[in-house]
Design a protein around this ligand. Structure first.
Ligand code: SF4
Length: 395
C-alpha cells in the first residue's frame, strides 16, 4: 500500500497548525470538548475573530501539517471552509496540496461540499463514525445513522479523497464485545486508510455522568473495555493496519503526520476557542467559551488564558510520556540527541517498576509499552513524567 507518507516529509523542527471550530448541530451527551450549538449569527462573529487571530500571529510559515478540528468543522458553510483555509495557506505561505491537511467531518450532512473541501486544500478526512449500529448511535446521541456513515464515506471516496480516517468508540453503553467487533468488521470492509479507536470516557458534568450515577450497570466495565481494545488490536493488525499509537491504526504510509508531530513535541500554532498550542517550550491555551474568546480577540487580538513555560526537565518528562503512546516508544538515540541524557539513567526507577509489572519492555534501542501496558497507558506514562536527573539540555 502506497500512502502519502506525509510523516516522512515532516521534521521535528517544522511547524504544525491546529484550528478549532466549536460548532456542532447538537451536543452529544458524552461530549466534554469545547463545543457550542451551531448558530449562524455566532458563526459569523467567530470566523471573523478566528481570521483576526490568524492574521495577528507572529509565527512564520511554511506549515508542515494543518488540522481543522472541533466541534464539527464540516458543518461550516462551504464558503467559510474555503475562506478559512485560504487565509491559513496565505498567512503561512504554504502551497495547498504540499502538506497534510485534515478536516474533521461528521456523516449525514454537507456531503455536497466534499469536492469543494478538496479544492480548498483538504487532503485528509477524519470522519466521526463512532458506530455503524443505529441503536448504539441513538444512545450516543448522534445525529446520523450507520447507513449515512457508510454513504458519507463512499461519497468521500467518490469525491477523490485518498486518505480517509474513521473514528469508532469502544464501550458504548449496552455494547457487547461482539457488537463492537461487528463495527470493526464493517469499518474494515469499507477499507479506510486510518482508524482511531477511543474507549468511552465518562466525564463529570456531562449527561452521561448523571446517567452512570443512576444506572452504572448500563456502562461497560474495565475488563470489557480492555477486551474490546484487545479485539481492535488483533482485528485491525490482522487486516494490515499498523497499531502506531495507543488509539490509532494506519495502513503503512497513512500515519497522521499532524498527531505524530504532537507526540514528538514539534511546534504547533493553535487558533480558536480553547485551542492549545506549543512553541519552543511554551505551552498555551485560549479561552474556552465562545463569547469570551471573541471578545478577547476583538479587544486585544489574543485570547490566551494559560501559558506555561516548560523547563528542560519537564520537557523531557513530557516527551517520554508522549513517546510512550507510540509504538516506537522512547528511542534511546533520539532522546540522547534531543536532551543530552541516557534514558537508562533518567528513567531507571520508572522503567524498573513498569518492567516488573509487565507493562514495559526495554532493549538497546529504547523502551516501549507492552500490549498490557497499552491498556494501562495512563498509569505507565505518569511514572515517566518526572525524570531523575537534572542535567537536561534541550536542542
Ligand atoms: S459531534 Fe463530536 S464534538 Fe460535537 S458534540 Fe458530538 S462528540 Fe462533541
Amino acid at each position: 500500500m502506497n500512502g502519502p507518507h506525509w510523516l516522512e516529509r515532516t521534521t521535528d523542527a517544522g511547524l504544525g497548525c491546529y484550528v478549532h471550530v466549536p460548532f456542532c448541530d447538537r451536543i452529544c451527551p458524552y461530549c466534554d470538548f469545547a463545543v457550542v450549538r451551531y448558530e449562524g449569527a455566532q458563526l459569523q462573529r467567530y470566523l471573523t475573530a478566528l481570521i483576526q487571530e490568524v492574521a495577528s500571529s507572529s509565527r512564520e510559515g511554511p506549515l508542515q501539517t494543518l488540522y481543522i478540528g472541533g466541534g464539527t468543522p464540516s458543518a461550516l458553510p462551504r464558503a467559510s471552509v474555503q475562506l478559512l483555509l485560504a487565509t491559513l495557506f496565505t498567512r503561512f505561505r504554504t502551497e495547498p496540496g504540499t502538506i497534510e491537511c485534515t478536516l474533521e467531518a461528521n456523516p449525514g450532512r454537507n456531503e455536497a461540499d466534499l469536492g469543494s473541501w478538496r479544492c480548498a486544500g483538504v487532503n485528509r478526512l477524519s470522519i466521526g463514525v463512532q458506530s455503524f449500529d443505529d441503536a448504539e448511535l441513538h444512545r450516543l446521541g448522534r445525529a446520523h445513522t450507520g447507513a449515512q456513515a457508510m454513504a458519507f464515506y463512499e461519497a468521500a471516496r467518490g469525491a477523490g479523497f485518498t486518505n480517509v480516517s474513521l473514528d469508532l468508540i469502544a464501550g458504548v453503553p449496552g455494547q457487547t464485545v461482539d457488537a463492537f467487533a461487528q463495527n470493526l468488521a464493517t469499518a474494515i470492509r469499507l477499507d479506510p486508510d486510518h482508524v482511531s479507536i477511543y474507549g468511552l470516557q465518562v466525564e463529570e458534568g456531562t449527561p452521561y455522568a448523571r446517567w452512570r450515577r443512576r444506572d452504572p450497570r448500563a456502562f461497560c466495565g474495565d475488563d470489557m473495555l480492555a477486551a474490546m481494545l484487545e479485539c481492535a488490536d488483533a482485528t485491525l493488525t490482522a487486516a494490515g493496519y499498523v497499531h502506531y499509537e495507543i488509539s490509532n491504526f494506519a495502513k503503512p504510509g497513512f500515519e497522521s503526520a499532524h498527531n505524530t508531530g504532537y507526540w514528538r513535541q514539534r511546534d504547533c500554532v493553535a487558533f480558536g476557542m480553547s485551542a492549545a498550542g506549543y512553541e519552543q517550550g511554551l505551552r498555551y491555551r485560549n479561552i474556552r467559551d465562545l463569547e469570551g474568546y471573541c471578545a478577547a480577540i476583538e479587544r486585544a487580538g489574543s485570547a490566551r488564558c494559560e501559558e506555561e513555560h516548560l523547563e528542560p526537565e519537564a520537557r523531557l518528562g513530557e516527551a517520554a510520556m508522549l513517546a510512550l503512546r507510540t509504538s516506537r516508544g522512547i528511542d534511546a538515540q533520539d532522546f540522547e540527541r534531543r536532551f543530552g541524557v541516557l534514558i537508562t539513567d533518567v528513567f531507571a526507577h520508572a522503567a524498573r517498576r513498569c518492567i516488573a509489572a509487565g507493562l514495559l519492555e526495554q532493549d538497546r534501542s529504547g523502551m516501549r509499552l507492552t500490549a498490557r501496558g497499552r491498556l494501562l497507558a495512563n498509569s505507565v506514562c505518569a511514572e515517566f513524567l518526572e525524570p531523575q536527573q537534572t542535567h537536561v539540555v534541550t536542542h
